[in-house]
Design a protein around this ligand. Structure first.
Ligand code: COA
Length: 330
């Protein structure tokens, strides 16, 4: 679907990661793994871990505050807040309502969005569409995750991959540049079992048995997810570009979901992109799910990797299964 003529643009970003760093060497002390295995199989060197007092809304609030400060937008100007997370503060109320209160976004309509690691790009697109079709002027989207509480620290297959963090993006009407010019999204629930937290919801409510069986932690079929990620990110990027008569050669910077360096290298190869055109920061943070793209976008901007007029492509995949790509002309 073509989506190239609107005046809604990105006006600012911000991110927050907890202070505590857990290195691969720290992990060596708690599970049967090595720094060498983690670095060569994933590219990750360290990740951040929230402190016990921090909830998902606290990380979101700190990221949101940075975005507000970076844009000089007063909190009451935000009309809409969407938070993407796999692990909200509560089943309800939404983490976005809690964060609204902490940030003083007194005029914002708030809701959470569940699309796992694709959550921030889904949210960005939903927010942009809502702005287009309403009298709302300004929206904030935040991806915020505390993975350290949903991984099994005895399961080396998963615990080495993830990290905690939050990233925020503010979009506004009547902007020049930094606009979404195209998108492509997809979902396939037949792959729901490949990546999930089995218990704690209506299907398998919390019980002594679910706790004993560790059903509240992430379960993943890593190899199948790996294959899906490579294929869907590439297809999605190509289709989104094609909608606006662009090709992979037009990409100035690809900002992919930061899951595994091998996935990113494979995507770069398929798209014939030099690795310098791919934003990579997973070595510092691991996979922060919905937070990963807003964090990477903020770092790309502050590192001067994006110039006016550039074609910037965001792409993600995650549980659901979900995937997508957004093309931005900066
Ligand atoms: N440390 C040491 N060895 C480990 C390990 C760890 N942390 N985790 C797994 N291994 C072992 C396995 O047990 C296996 O041993 P075996 O050969 O004796 O059976 C060996 O390493 C190879 O495991 P395998 O699963 O084949 O590794 P892989 O190359 O497929 O990499 C992942 C595993 C998880 C890194 C990779 O599949 C991946 O990144 N998948 C995508 C996951 C993802 O992105 N999820 C989030 C989606 S948003």
């Amino acid at each position: 679907m073509k989506n190239s003529h609107n005046e809604i643009g990105i006006v600012g970003t911000g991110f927050y990661v907890p202070e505590k760093i857990m290195t691969n060497y720290d992990l060596e002390k708690i599970v049967d793994t090595t720094d060498e295995w983690i670095r060569t199989r994933t590219g990750i060197e360290e990740r951040r871990i929230a402190n016990v007092e921090e909830a998902t809304s606290d990380l979101a609030t700190k990221a949101g505050l940075k975005a507000l400060q970076n844009t000089n937008i007063p909190p009451e100007e935000i009309d809409l807040l969407i938070i993407a997370t796999h692990f909200p503060d509560y089943h309800f109320p939404s983490t976005s309502c809690i964060t609204q209160n902490k940030l003083g976004l007194t005029n914002a309509v708030c809701f959470d969005l569940s699309a796992a690691c694709s959550g921030s790009i889904y949210s960005l697109f939903v927010a942009e569409s809502m702005l287009k079709n309403s009298n709302y002027n300004t929206a904030m989207i935040i991806g915020s995750e505390i993975f350290s509480r949903t991984v099994d620290w005895e399961d080396r297959d998963t615990c080495v991959l993830f990290g905690d963090g939050a990233g925020a993006i503010i979009i506004k009407k009547d902007q020049i540049g930094k606009k979404i010019i195209s998108f492509n999204f997809g979902s396939d629930g037949s792959g729901a079992d490949l990546l999930k937290i089995p218990a704690g919801g209506s299907k398998l409510p919390t019980s002594i048995k679910t706790l004993e069986q560790k059903q509240h932690f992430i379960k993943m079929e890593g190899k199948k997810v790996y294959k899906f990620a490579k294929k869907m990110m590439v297809d999605s990027v190509i289709q989104a570009l094609d909608e606006v008569d662009l090709t992979r050669k037009d990409i100035d910077l690809l900002i992919p979901h930061q899951a595994n360096i091998r996935i990113l290298k494979a995507v770069a190869k398929k798209l014939h992109l030099p690795i310098e055109k791919i934003m990579i920061n997973l070595e510092k943070y691991g996979n922060t799910s919905a937070a990963s793209i807003p964090i990477a976008l903020d770092e790309a901007i502050s590192q001067g990797k994006i110039n006016k007029g550039d074609i910037v492509v965001l792409t993600a995949f995650g549980a659901g299964l979900t995937w997508g790509a957004i093309v931005i002309r900066w």
